[in-house]
Structure formats: C-alpha cells, structure tokens
Design a protein around this ligand. Structure first.
Ligand code: PLP
Length: 423
C-alpha cells in the first residue's frame, strides 16, 4: 500500500471508490501523469466532467485571471463572472430556459429544481424514473433508483415520490418504440392508481439515462412526457447533469430530441471540473420565486463561474465536432460487437456510449467482465469507468475534443482487453 493510500485511510471516510490507487501529479488534454511517471489515457473525464480534457488553456487562463480579482462573494457584493456565465449559458440552453440559479453540485441543483417545481405548482407529487441517478443528498437520493444500495439504510426518504419505468429496450428484449410505449402505459397506470395528475408537481427525468445504464430516452417516450406534462400542468424537469454540454452531440439532449424542458438541471461539465451546477427555467417561472426562498453560500463562486463562462466559450468550437467523432466511435464499437460475444449491446448518443457486457446467452449481465476489462485497461495505460446496476456496462465517455488517434487508441485497448477476457 502506498504511503498516500495509508495516510488517506486514516483521515478520509472510506466512501470514495477510486478506480486506481495511482497518485496523479500532472494532467493535460486526454492524459494524466502519475507520481511514478506513467501516462494514462483518461476516458473517464472525472465522470463526464472534464469534457474539454484536463487544463484546457482558455479555461485555465480565465481561472487564473479570476483568482487575481476576487474568489468569494457569498451574495455580499456583485461580480461580473456570475453574469458572464449566465449570459453564455443562455445562448446555448433550450428555448425558454433563460434564467438560472447557480448551485454547487448536481444533487443540489436537482434539489433546487424540485423545490422550484413544488413552489410554482403548489403541488407535492414527484414522478421519477427507474434507473435514474439524481444525486445522494437526502432529497436527491429519494428520486435515485439506479442502484438500491444508494438508498439502503436511509429510509424514510422524501415523501410523495413515485417511480415509473424508463424505457430499457435491451433489458426488456424490445425495440425502442415498444419499450417507450410500455413505459408510457405504466406511467398512465401510475397516474390512474397511485396519484392523480393534478397532484403531480414534476416529472424528473434524465433524457439520456446515465448511471443507470446509458439508455437514450428516445423521442416517443420524452414526447409522451411532454404531452402529459402539458395536459396536466406538470413541470417537465430534465436532469442533464451528465448528458449536457455537448456530451450527446448537441448542447443538451433535450435539443437532440427537440423536446422542451420546463426546468433544466445542469452540473458536471458546466465548468470543466470546478465545482458548479445550475438549474434554469423561463424568466416568468424564476421571477415568481421570492428572494431568499432558496440559496447557498458557495453557489455561483466567482472562480467557478469564470471557468464556466470560458468552458462554454471553448465548447462552441468543440460541440459541432462531436457527431463526427461519435459516428467513428459507434462504427468501431458496432464492428467489435460482431466480433465479441461479450458485447450484448452498444447504445447511446454522441460521446456518451454504453457497451453492455453479457454472458454467453447474449443477454444476462456479466458481472465479471468489467472488472477484468478495467484492470487490463489500467495495466495498459488507460482509465475507464463502468455503469449500470450490475456494473457490467462500459461507460465510454472520452473528452469531447479527443483526437481520432486517441479515440482509436482507447478503443484498441478495450478491444484487446475483450480478447484477453474471452480467451
Ligand atoms: C444525471 C445526474 N444527476 C445528478 C447527479 C449528481 O451530481 P453530483 O454528484 O454533482 O451531486 C449526477 C451525478 O452523477 C448525475 O449523473
């Protein structure tokens, strides 16, 4: 055990699940460098955060400039980076999402969005979707069902939360359309048997499910939610903490599907690694919320906002390139699916790709596959993360400005890992 690991074990709660005990002392672009001098290709992006890679120059400069001006306000005085960030954000968010509340983490932004939906509608019910991940604070974990272990030991959770199915075509052995129709039918049963639509404040949904298994929501399902939201005065809250900022091929997945959220929740890639999140809504909805009804000491920190403003500027050159990289990656993964019996499904959008690893029957999750692949990748100079309730899905999320050579190197490494696992 390294000295750092031993020291950490003495003073840090054992809740972090690190992918490697390697200490990283340097980082640039798609690469990190360990204390031992190894270079690792980082296809984790710190769980879909550093979409521009490590230390993107434009963002780094903005952070340093802001450090030289002011670090913290805590809503005592005004500072430009807060407004710069929100103005830049407004240019890229879906139509109608035009006023923003900055927070610190994804979970906190989810909490804020639900408080806004309850306050605005005067209703209590929240309908979230099975497999969703919305964070681990007491409120957000009440909507999180990607793994039961996140909820284990914490009941009772927040009340009046109902869970409806999310379309999982591969798991249900159906095509996307049939799975969407089944999910919507179940939602209608819920609205008939468990809570009346007039008591529901919000549908809380990831338009592309992340932690729960990298399932794209699809047009039919999301349009079905939009229709029901419009019919019953329910707010459609889209959690794009993981799927936002270019990850799925447009700025937000709601734009990929052209389905309008009432509230948009953002985090992770928003500031390329500085702690910031936000939720946004129409100006009319936000302005009806009295000052002080919600707030935070650190949310909208000047340095994080400067990083976010610069991240969004830099992403303008990068987001249009994502579809081409995505086509290349999907092409290669679909070829590998033909060659490797362990790959049951390749799915996703943009550079948010899930590769589901299965047993020989082509469908049962194989829990041994990812640990073996992840170790092989690490031994051969690459970091990669899994997802899904059975931890059997490769979460393929390279930086959005990855080079084609790096993309191929990462896929080649995982292809070799698959061959070694199957041998
Ligand atoms: C879709 C989604 N929502 C919310 C969260 C919670 O974000 P945070 O870990 O910053 O609280 C995550 C984190 O993975 C997420 O993927």
């Amino acid at each position: 055990m390294s000295d750092l690991v031993a020291r950490q074990d003495e003073v840090i709660a054992p809740l972090f699940a690190f992918e490697t005990d390697d200490e990283v002392v340097g980082s640039e672009g798609s690469w990190v460098t360990t204390a031992g001098g190894r270079r690792l290709l980082d296809f984790t992006c710190g769980i879909a955060v550093s979409n521009l890679g490590h230390q993107p120059p434009h963002v780094k400069r903005a952070v340093i400039d802001q450090v030289n001006q002011v670090w913290h306000s805590g809503s005592t005085f005004r500072y430009a980076s807060l407004v710069d960030f929100a103005e830049n954000l407004k240019q890229v968010t879906p139509d109608g999402i035009e006023s923003f509340m900055p927070m610190n983490s994804g979970a906190e932004a989810v909490e804020g969005s639900i408080k806004l939906a309850r306050k605005t509608t005067g209703r209590q019910g929240i309908i979230a979707f099975r497999g969703g991940f919305h964070g681990r604070t007491m409120g957000s974990v009440s909507y999180t069902t990607s793994k039961a272990k996140y909820r284990q030991g914490y009941h009772p959770l927040v009340g009046s939360v109902f869970i409806a199915p999310y379309p999982w075509p591969f798991r249900w052995k159906m095509d996307q359309e049939s799975a969407s129709e089944r999910a919507l039918e179940e939602l209608d049963y819920l609205l008939k048997h468990e809570i009346t639509p007039g008591e529901v404040a919000a549908f809380l949904v990831e338009p592309m499910q992340g932690e729960g298994g990298y399932y794209p929501g699809g047009n039919t399902f999301l349009q079905g939610l939009r229709d029901r939201a419009d019919k019953h005065g329910i707010m459609l809250v889209m959690d794009e903490v993981q799927s936002g900022f270019g990850r799925t091929g447009d700025w937000f997945t709601s734009q990929v599907y052209d389905i309008r959220p009432d509230i948009l929740v953002m985090g992770k890639g928003i500031a390329n690694g500085l702690p910031l999140s936000a939720f946004g809504a129409s100006k009319a909805v936000m302005d009806a919320w009295p000052a002080g009804s919600h707030g935070t000491t650190f949310g909208g920190n000047p340095i994080a906002c400067a990083a976010a403003a610069a991240t969004i500027e830099a992403l303008h050159d990068v987001v249009p390139q994502v579809p081409k990289l995505s086509d290349h990656a999907f092409g290669r993964w679909n070829e590998l699916k033909e060659q490797h019996r362990t790959i049951g499904d390749v799915r996703g959008l943009g550079l948010m790709i899930g590769i589901e690893l299965v047993k020989d029957d082509g469908h049962t999750p194989d829990p041994d596959a990812f640990p073996s692949l992840g170790k092989y990748a690490l031994d051969h100079g690459m970091l990669i993360l899994p997802c899904g309730p059975d931890v059997n899905i490769i979460r393929f999320i390279p930086p959005l400005n990855v080079s084609t050579e790096e993309l191929d190197l990462g896929i080649d490494t995982l292809a070799d890992a698959l061959a070694a696992y199957e041998a």
